[in-house]
Design a protein around this ligand. Structure first.
Ligand code: CO
Length: 629
């Protein structure tokens, strides 16, 4: 199963490949000197199944490149063939605005601080030291304002740092929103909805005094090393096979997830990623309706990955993957320790005690964790993928950082938020994530089922009223496969392979086991709701199409309504015995608490994919008792 560590077609682009792609685009695409690079990433080949994890055939290395050209206000993208040293395809994506890249954030901050009207608005608020001010150029969204159509805009939010200098969001400047034309590098106007006093100085986020002293060392040792094997970006751990991939938009991507069952490598998913997210805020006053962060599609999670630190972000025997992204000039940037991989003890896996003989077996569970963390402005998202010895795949979001702070005058009541500190409120919002799974449960011919339970009425065949009917039905095509959770029915979804039967004669399956979730709090007619249609269903299934990667469409920055999943499923393609992609929308509501200030303890949200008749019996019977036998 091993492969040459530098030659797998799904390996992320290396430093010299990014540099090469930039050279070729500059030479051959016609991009003018104002143009800059939004994305330079691997154009992922989709390998035929026999090559799923075994040594693959050589396919040309291709880069997907997206550029923005300010002089013409065009977003351009295409495919660069690195082996053949040429641009294969190049197009102007009409009406699209490229993501806002980190360099634009930096440029926007600088630009706004040179604006006299902004300086005057700060002075009115008693702020004179521009060094302490932070201006963030958020994507403006699309609110159908005529003067904004076709322009590349940012709607800014502003803060003043605390005196300790470790919280740039420490003292929010309420009601002050510069509107920036990112293309021309101009402030268009300053939205000033009235002065709210600056909150008092806030406490340090990183105190150095009065730290608790009663913590004894907790050390995780693996004297014989970890149980995983790594070859380049390929990982093997306890029967699991998976490849670690990356792009600027989604960040961590997993490829070719498979389980070795009795010597046979059985595919489960071709590709798994967190494909889009949106965080709509619930305060309609002033300019706050503009806060609706599509962090993946508007800014890029992969462009914002942290370099992780051993002993802080990660504990134990860690394998780190380094990755390459780039700045807007196309200069490659290395992200050291971008992806963390390690094993974790996870409590009990299974146990049985025989009451008569007293014989007992308790088997401890261990999981493989592959994760990355990104910092986008005030907020921090960790994306954690777990592989368990019983065939379960876990997906977890860890949300931390600083809840978006606004200022409120003393004595005023916060109708759409809570006070988190004197003079500081934080508004109610939702975090919504949409995960994409390119399924391949035991091969490419998959179908989608919905399972729910129903209490049968009392009657001659149900005299005690305990009968529960199991309704397992096929979701035959896309339009009918956009579904919501139903607590009363215990609803969940399965992907089955009708061509592969287990020893009981049933089609093998993986089931999507939801945990807590939420429904959108937005009105369906809200402009942001129409651009984030994916959030109105928990489950979607589509027939595989290589162009359908992002549930709010390819370019959500200032996008038109209706892009992505709601549009694609209108084709109502068959979901029977075909190549199926499933999408799961995970939301949680966040009304910040005083305990979330000045930095929020991690909030967890997640779900699982569990084998459901994929194996013939408990696949973890062979895990030895105790910790590692
Ligand atoms: Co939040």
């Amino acid at each position: 199963m091993s492969e040459n560590s530098t030659s797998h077609p799904l390996d992320p682009l290396q430093r010299q490949e990014i540099a090469r792609a930039v050279e070729i685009v500059k030479r051959d695409s016609g991009l003018d000197s104002t143009g800059w690079f939004e994305t330079i990433t691997l154009d992922e080949p989709r390998l035929a199944l026999p090559e799923f994890n075994a040594a693959p055939r050589q396919v040309p290395r291709r880069a997907f490149v997206c550029c923005y050209e300010p002089s013409s206000n065009r977003t351009l993208n295409g495919i660069v063939n690195l082996d053949e040293d040429r641009v294969e395809r190049w197009q102007n994506v009409k009406g699209a605005q490229a993501r806002i890249v980190p360099d634009e954030f930096a440029a926007g901050d600088k630009l706004v601080k040179q604006d006299m009207q902004f300086i005057e608005a700060l002075r009115k608020r008693g702020i004179t030291d521009l060094e302490t001010v932070l201006v963030e150029t958020w994507a403006a969204g699309n609110f159908d304002a005529k003067e904004e159509q076709g322009e590349r805009l940012a709607y800014c939010h502003c803060w003043v740092s605390n005196d300790a200098g470790d919280n740039r969001y420490g003292r929010p400047i309420a009601n002050l929103h510069p509107v920036v034309d990112l293309r021309r590098g101009k402030v268009i106007r300053i939205d000033d909805f009235g002065v709210v006093p600056l909150p008092p100085d806030t406490k340090s986020i990183r105190p150095t005094e009065n730290l608790r002293t009663d913590i004894k060392p907790l050390e995780i040792t693996q004297p014989d090393g970890p149980s995983f094997k790594v070859d380049g970006h390929a990982v093997e751990w306890q029967r699991w096979h998976v490849r670690v991939g990356f792009n600027q938009r989604e960040g961590l991507v997993l490829h070719n997830i498979a389980y070795e069952d009795d010597g046979r490598l059985r595919p489960i998913m071709r590709r798994a990623s967190m494909a889009e997210m949106v965080v709509p805020y619930g305060d309609p006053t002033g300019g706050n309706y503009r806060r609706n962060a599509f962090d993946t599609g508007e800014y890029g999670l992969g462009a914002s990955l942290d370099s992780l630190q051993l002993g802080c972000d990660c504990l134990g025997h860690i394998h780190y993957f380094d990755l390459f992204t780039h700045d807007w000039t196309g200069t490659p940037l290395e992200i050291k320790n971008a992806v963390c991989m390690h094993e974790e003890d996870f409590g009990l896996l299974w146990k049985h005690t025989d009451a008569k003989t007293g014989k007992m077996r308790a088997v401890r569970s261990r999981r493989l964790v592959i994760s990355s963390i990104c910092t986008i402005g005030n907020y921090v998202y960790g994306f954690f993928w777990y592989f368990y010895q019983d065939g379960t795949i876990g997906v977890e979001v860890k949300a931390t950082g600083i809840p978006f702070p606004s200022a409120i005058a003393t004595g005023e009541k916060s109708e759409f938020g809570t006070l988190v500190a004197p003079g500081i409120e934080s508004h109610v919002h939702q975090h919504t994530f949409c995960f994409r799974f390119d399924m391949s449960v035991d091969g490419p011919g998959n179908s989608v089922h919905e399972v729910e339970f129903e209490a049968a009425p009392l009657g001659p065949e149900n005299p005690y009223g305990n009968a529960v009917k199991i309704n397992d039905r096929s979701l035959k095509s896309e339009a009918g496969a956009a579904r919501e959770l139903d607590l009363a029915k215990g609803r969940y979804w399965k992907v089955i392979n009708p061509g592969s039967k287990n020893k009981l004669g049933n089609a093998v399956a993986y089931k999507l086991a939801p945990s807590s979730n939420a429904l959108p709090l937005l009105d369906k007619e809200a402009p942001v709701a129409k651009r984030a249609g994916f959030m109105f269903r928990h489950f979607w299934a589509t027939s595989f199409d290589p162009k359908e990667l992002y549930p709010a469409g390819w370019y959500p920055n200032q996008s038109e309504p209706g892009e992505g999943l709601p549009k694609w499923i209108k084709a109502d393609r068959s979901l029977e015995n075909t190549e199926v992609v499933t999408w799961y929308t995970l939301s949680f509501n966040h009304l910040p608490r005083p305990e979330d200030w000045p930095v929020q303890p991690v909030v967890y949200a997640g779900f699982h994919w569990m084998p459901d008749g994929f194996f013939d019996e408990n696949p973890a019977l062979d895990v030895p008792p105790g910790n590692g036998g």
